[in-house]
Design a protein around this ligand. Structure first.
Ligand code: CP
Length: 329
């Protein structure tokens, strides 16, 4: 986890009226704005139940999915969200694009802007990539960060907040426990920022010492290294994947040992509240961070998170394009 150095540019996210222009990080956004995203997402949540699963808010807009890293959930739910807002969507397959012939990111961007793109949804292995693109786009173009390195994944955090609010309503009374590879997790950083901004009662992280970020003491969380104490009376448990692709060297003894100490099983979950909800941003590594009985069990809301991603991404895209649904009257 890194990128505090990006903070000075975070005002880039808002226009002169304080409205969302780019969505790059939770950091720097107000509680009111985060609540506005959640409320707007509520207004979109019923769209898939309509016979025609569309609203015309972004008709005539062109949205470009620019994914330089693998994705299943984020890319497809952004595409579905854009289509439900009636936008035209371009999916750039970076592996068969001119990037592989040496075209720079900025040249790719300029060419896509020449095709009259209105919004870029960007996933990149480098922390700060979406921010860099936002600094270089034309004034009418918005950039949404779909995950950059170990830095941020703000729409994932907002769909997680949406899921928590749907089940638990009041953040102030909650104990939320985030378990796993905090060091490499852009999801954890964005979740912690959002949970803090929304006034969550207690935020805990549970992680081996080798996967604890150096700045953990500044994050506004309680640090636990043992699963049982971290789970005690938790209302919400969020599991994280071991980000092996970002680990330089051996930070863990073995997958089996990790599961023994930090893997979530029904037995270990007994320490949490009876009505605890279990979350995971995906992809899940069954038998490494979570047992299938828990992942597929009655307290798991993992697939609800995926569904909620569509409404939350509709909200963020429509707000960034300044086209939110107007209240009748
Ligand atoms: N949660 C998440 O970002 O999943 P994908 O990598 O499949 O998009």
């Amino acid at each position: 986890m890194a990128a505090k150095s990006l903070e000075p540019g975070m005002s880039l996210q808002l226009d002169a009226n304080g409205k969302l222009r780019h969505f790059l990080s939770i950091d720097g956004l107000s509680r009111d704005l985060l609540t506005d995203i959640l409320d707007t997402a509520e207004s979109f949540a019923a769209v898939p139940e309509q016979s025609v699963k569309k609203v015309p808010l972004l008709r005539g807009k062109t949205i470009v999915n620019l994914f330089f890293e693998a994705s299943t959930r984020t890319r497809t739910t952004f595409e579905l969200a854009a289509k439900r807002l009636s936008a035209d969507v371009l999916n750039i397959n970076v592996n068969v694009s001119a990037t592989v012939k040496g075209e720079t990111l900025l040249d790719t961007l300029r060419n896509l802007q020449a095709m009259h793109a209105d919004m870029f949804i960007v996933r990149h292995a480098q922390s700060g990539a979406a921010h860099f693109i936002a600094e270089h786009v034309q004034p009418h173009v918005s950039v949404i960060n779909a995950g950059d390195g170990c830095h941020a994944h703000p729409t994932q955090a907002m769909l997680d907040m949406f899921t928590i609010r749907r089940h638990k309503q009041q953040f102030e009374k909650l104990t939320v426990t985030i378990i796993g590879d905090i060091l490499h997790s852009r999801v954890a950083r964005s979740q912690i920022d959002a949970l803090n901004m929304l006034g969550t009662g207690e935020i805990r992280i549970v992680t081996p010492k080798t996967l604890l970020p150096a700045e953990a003491g500044t994050l506004g969380v309680q640090v636990h290294h043992e699963l049982e104490s971290g789970l005690r009376n938790a209302d919400v448990v969020i599991m994280l994947r071991l980000q092996r692709e970002r680990m330089a060297g051996a930070l863990l003894p073995s997958a089996g040992e990790y599961f023994r100490l930090y893997g979530l099983t029904e037995e270990k979950l007994a320490a949490a509240r009876d009505d605890v909800i279990i979350m995971h941003p995906g992809p899940i590594n069954r038998g490494i961070e979570v047992d299938s009985q828990v992942a597929d069990g009655p307290r798991s809301v993992i697939l609800q998170q995926v569904s909620h991603g569509i409404a939350v991404r509709m909200a963020v895209m429509s707000m960034a394009m300044q086209q939110t649904i107007k209240e009748p009257g």
